[in-house]
Design a protein around this ligand. Structure first.
Ligand SMILES: NC(=O)c1ccc[n+]([C@@H]2O[C@H](COP(=O)([O-])OP(=O)(O)OC[C@H]3O[C@@H](n4cnc5c(N)ncnc54)[C@H](OP(=O)(O)O)[C@@H]3O)[C@@H](O)[C@H]2O)c1
Length: 269
């Protein structure tokens, strides 16, 4: 009898990534968990093994490092496993303006949120094509829809890039006749550690509760969409409404609103 499928999840030590791990495990998938904090990954792995009776693998890697993707994939190969689902989820926001942040920090940001996820997709795709099965979720953001704002300068750019990239990978897989689905998941404000890490918790706490979603339904929407073969999904009615608004609103008005509003939830100095 063939073993369980394996989902590789980046940024699995917290927030959406940990929730992806739990939800895939609940569906009977084995999970490979990666992030920098191994203690957290190991605790989650023990919880998942006990609760869902699936196998887990934990790999501590800093995705900012050039060799990280190769190291993760080598460790999986050595464990005799291949990737059936990839969840490119690891991420953070870089506070402040482009002028006031170092190139070292910007380069690491681009690597963790853009280059490494794309490299992972590039390196797992051939195996997925060969086995004719693959599910890829790229965690983008509602920010990828909205006009660029002051502060956290590259965040919206990389997230917009991940949306387009996901659409293209999905289209290519479909055109090639492969059972490979690729989905960009575009959450809005979600309760995780994200805003604690980027130092905007106090600011974002002022946003009304109805703007926020819990990790559970966000992840559920992502898994559901990739299973169905939907290239982009915006979870939740409020976020869907906002995404639609950004498409129908005249661009100068959108920029004006973003310019004013971004100061309320982004560090702009
Ligand atoms: N929360 C929101 O409101 C929101 C909204 C839209 C989109 N998103 C996106 O959702 C994704 C998940 O974020 P989250 O909300 O779950 O935030 P979170 O709770 O802060 O989790 C972020 C995860 O990314 C990992 N990570 C950060 N830097 C890393 C690095 N250099 N190498 C490897 N792993 C790294 C962290 O693990 P370690 O620190 O252990 O390495 C952690 O597991 C991100 O891509 C974010 O942009 C979040």
């Amino acid at each position: 009898m063939p073993g369980n499928r394996l989902a590789l999840i980046t940024g699995a030590s917290a927030g959406l990534g940990a929730e992806f791990a739990r939800q895939y495990a609940a569906k009977g998938w084995d999970v490979a968990l990666t992030a920098r904090r191994l203690d957290r990954l190991d605790t989650l792995a023990r919880e998942i093994e006990e609760k869902y009776k699936v196998a887990t693998i934990t790999i501590s890697q800093d995705l900012a490092l050039a060799k990280s993707v190769d190291t993760i994939l080598r460790e999986l190969k050595e464990a005799g496993r291949h990737v059936d689902a990839l969840v490119n989820n690891a991420g953070y926001g870089l506070p402040g303006t482009f002028l006031n942040t170092s190139w070292k920090d910007q380069a690491a940001f681009i690597r963790v949120l853009y280059t490494a996820p794309i490299e992972l997709v590039h390196k797992v795709l051939p195996g997925m094509a060969e086995r004719n099965f693959g599910r890829i979720i790229n965690v983008a953001s509602l920010a990828g829809y909205a006009p660029g704002s002051q502060g956290h300068t590259l965040y919206a750019s990389v997230k917009a890039g991940m949306i387009k990239f996901s659409e293209s990978v999905h289209a290519e897989a479909q055109a090639g006749g492969h059972d490979i689905h690729c989905t960009a998941l575009c959450p809005g404000f979600t309760w995780t550690e994200f805003h604690d890490v980027n130092g905007t918790r106090e600011m974002t706490n002022e946003s009304p509760d109805w703007m926020w979603m819990k990790a559970g339904p966000v992840v559920e929407a992502g898994i559901d969409a990739v299973t169905k073969g939907q290239p982009v999904v915006v979870p939740g009615a409020v976020n869907k409404g906002l995404a639609t608004l950004t498409k129908v609103m005249p661009e100068p008005l959108g920029r004006l609103i973003m310019q004013k509003q971004s100061k309320r939830f982004r560090k702009t100095e």
